[in-house]
Design a binder for this molecule. Sequence first.
Ligand SMILES: NC(=O)c1ccc[n+]([C@@H]2O[C@H](COP(=O)([O-])OP(=O)(O)OC[C@H]3O[C@@H](n4cnc5c(N)ncnc54)[C@H](OP(=O)(O)O)[C@@H]3O)[C@@H](O)[C@H]2O)c1
Length: 351
Amino acid sequence: MGAIQNTQIVLASRPVAEIDPDTAFRLQKVGLSDELGADEILVKVLYISLDPAMRGWMRDIRSYVPPVQINEVMRSADVAQVIKSNNKNFKVGDLLTGTLGWQSYAKFKPTKDTVKINVFPGVSPSTHLGMLGLTGLTAYFGLHEVGEIATRASANHTVVVSGAAGATGLVAAQICKHVYGCRVIGIAGSQDKCEYLTKEIGLDAALNYKSKTFFKDLCAVTPKYIDTFFDNTGGDILDACLRRIAFKGRIIVCGAISTYNDANPKGPAYYSALITQRARMEGFIVFDYAKKYGQAIQDMSQWIKEGKLQSKETITEGIENAPTALVRLFKGDNTGKMLIRVAEADPVAKL
Ligand SMILES: NC(=O)c1ccc[n+]([C@@H]2O[C@H](COP(=O)([O-])OP(=O)(O)OC[C@H]3O[C@@H](n4cnc5c(N)ncnc54)[C@H](OP(=O)(O)O)[C@@H]3O)[C@@H](O)[C@H]2O)c1
């Protein structure tokens, strides 16, 4: 029997407003026996996904998942590699995704949340946390199930995506532009990100929401108003887009990152536009569509192979940097998916 040193980061306190990474989290090193019980596997974590939703999980409030408890390992989706197995469905070397948290190793009995991944050539395992993971699925289901984009899309259909240079927004914008041929406008927080969105991703326009002329610029690029708004940010950007919503327009409420650190968030002032324009605004959680993940991943993989979607990641090295990287997510330091690289995959993993 042997023991591994497992680095874990636990929730130490619940921030009220912005996260102070030094007080909100605590790093601990604990021994983990490599002896396996029936059906258990031991995995080495390779990548950790950082998500704005984590801010909500740190609050003791009613949500779609229970809060992370104080002294509990911070929850996250991870990509990991099996290094020891007592389970006939998982062999040493297999790669998988699961909710394993901020730790360098995990020992557990696989559940339906533990999904074996087959990485196709040219695609990094980390893509299974981004474009081929919950991030991509969020964009896919928000657009198809709430936005009904497959039947509403046309070359004249104007889509606006907020958080467009972020993980989810970048997938949503590319699906609308390169799969459905819509007119797509991205909103992001810097000139560099806007240039990336137009020059590299090929969007029709991109606007910096920090610009003093943002609303004027939005009016200029939406002369026929906004047919679909895929919203990742809420707040003032949502208000601006409500003012530009088209008749029978659709607002897909994916996220509201601008409000997550706010102890007293305020609602949208211009929601009466939903009445005057007979528009619809609807929220969703990606988990609602778990039964349809297979088809979605097939479609997304096909679109990647056809060059319609490109993956973009911002990777920070080292599990100890997860708390500060989470804070940086709220400052817009990422383009595409924000990830922590914990370890490299072994060609054939052995303990
Ligand atoms: N409904 C679901 O099931 C579901 C699932 C996953 C994610 N989400 C939501 O989707 C949204 C995007 O998540 P993600 O994982 O893809 O993160 P992300 O977009 O990669 O990262 C967050 C981005 O938000 C922007 N941002 C930060 N503070 C902002 C503010 N005050 N106002 C406007 N923009 C701000 C930053 O970009 P800039 O530089 O552009 O400011 C940052 O890069 C989040 O709201 C998240 O909660 C929902």
